[in-house]
Write a protein that binds this ligand. Structure first.
Ligand SMILES: [Zn+2]
Length: 248
């Protein structure tokens, strides 16, 4: 399996321990996500040390009003690293408003331009900003991964545009009926799974610190929602991650 979105640099435990437990659970590939320049450097260091780990590098939207948002030249340099496979996470968030919508959009657009320039996929954070996110992504012609997908209303647009839909632990929550239904209808070649570790642990670990090994719970619930076997969903999402992120 592939955990398509984890923040190994933000976890309490050393990455090596988390990666070992992930491998024991069948999770042999992890895309670790940078949220700023120092975080992206840390993500690359972990990726350098572990063959199954690749990195997405970005400045997250919560810092769109901070000096961090001006460090795009440094981000471009880091993205030249052979283990850097995507730009992000970047996007829009109307729930945690640490920056104005205009500041968020400017930083999102700048990173979309960077992804376009470098021919890299973009990992998108969208929290209650479906319309704004769809509008910002409309001119972007590269590969899009909608991380921690939580917008049943956005499925149709996402599928039409060929975006990858990455399901996280929230799809396992008892009240996520509409999300499970939506996830069940996504074309098989567009689905990814992720943990967003150390955040958002799935049932039955909800409330605990999350880690990549827990992606198996999301795979299990997704298999139920799709009427497929766990093995099929595990294999399909693993293969999709290789295509989405250009991995061998
Ligand atoms: Zn994340």
């Amino acid at each position: 399996m592939t955990d398509s979105h984890a923040h190994l640099d933000a976890c309490d435990e050393p990455a090596a321990a988390l990666i070992e437990r992930a491998e024991a659970a069948g999770v042999t590939r992890i895309v670790t996500i940078g949220t700023g320049i120092e975080s992206s450097r840390a993500a690359l260091t972990i990726a350098e040390r572990h063959e199954g780990v690749h990195a997405a590098l970005g400045i997250d939207t919560h810092q769109a009003g901070q000096p961090e948002a001006e460090r795009l030249a440094e981000l471009r340099e880091l993205l030249a690293h052979p283990k850097a496979v995507a730009v992000g996470e970047t996007g829009l968030d109307t729930v945690r408003r640490f920056a104005t919508p205009e500041q968020q959009r400017r930083l999102f657009d700048a990173q979309l331009a960077l992804a376009d320039e470098l021919g890299l996929p973009v990992v998108v954070h969208n929290r209650d900003a479906d319309d704004e996110t769809a509008a910002a992504l409309a001119p972007f012609t590269g590969t899009v991964v909608l991380h921690c997908f939580s917008s049943p209303g956005l499925v149709m647009t996402a599928v039409e545009r060929g975006y990858y839909i990455s399901l996280a632990g929230n799809v396992t929550f008892p009240n996520a009926v509409a999300l499970r239904e939506a996830a069940g209808a996504v074309p098989a070649d567009r689905i990814l799974v992720e943990t967003d570790s150390p955040f958002l642990a799935p049932q039955p670990m909800r409330g605990a610190r999350n880690e990549p090994a827990n992606v198996v719970h999301t795979v299990r619930v997704l298999a139920e929602a799709r009427g497929a076997t766990v093995e099929a969903v595990a294999a399909q999402t693993h293969a999709n991650a290789a295509v989405a992120f250009g991995l061998a």
